[in-house]
Ligand binder design. Sequence first.
Ligand SMILES: [Zn+2]
Ligand SMILES: [Zn+2]
Length: 267
Amino acid sequence: MGNAYEVYALRYAIMPRTPHMNYLAPDPHETAASNLDYFVWLIRGHGRDILVDTGFNAAEAKLRGRTLTLNPVDALAAFGVRADDIADVVVTHLHYDHAGNLDRFPGARFHLQDREMSYATGRCMCFGTLRHPFSVEHVTLMVRHVYGERVTFHSGDGEVAPGVTLHRVGGHSDGLQVVRVETARGPVVLASDASHYYANMHRRSPFPILYNLGDMYEGWDIVARLAGHPDRVIPGHDPIVTEIYPRASDHVDAYSLHLQPSRSFEK
Ligand SMILES: [Zn+2]
Ligand SMILES: [Zn+2]
């Protein structure tokens, strides 16, 4: 595998939830807790550290009543990666839990879909429900990065480095993109919020933050095709990830996604 990378999920926050909050069509008989985990992802290899999403900080956590374990920038440091050294940051979409801390990466270029910038600064933000997952401070910082010539815009499919490609799926947010990474076990797809949980995709029941239901359904097919195997799709917020992938650090909640999981979703 010429372009194989290592991929790590770093968990930086958690939120207690029940199943009825996680599915557009919840199962009324299902009542066990179904928590939401928050991650950023780090792609390492060939002399590069590529960060996928930037999480949120303590002030944002307080504002929204979330429990921040550790700011993801500090989690990176504990993992041996300096934010100052990161040259490429992929922002899957501009929701508050994926696009905070944008002032903490002084040397980075930000990779974003055209449609996400348009969506987050356009007429849909006049509607409270669609606006709620965004922070105007984060979006404003991204506008500043555009003016500072630090944003690489992608439209549909794009490439960050050989073996690391971006693919717009939309659905959850109009410009949501997923990341496909070559690894020794084949291509791993960081689905981000194309599927919060494995079960959103497997049951075909979306997480109830939605911009376009049709794109959401199409997105699951795109993600499946890009990965080529169900065990190579990584959902954006599922605690199961931390149960089935090997721990990669004694200091932070980091998990090796380039290694085989202990459970298979193959039918
Ligand atoms: Zn989101
Ligand atoms: Zn999210």
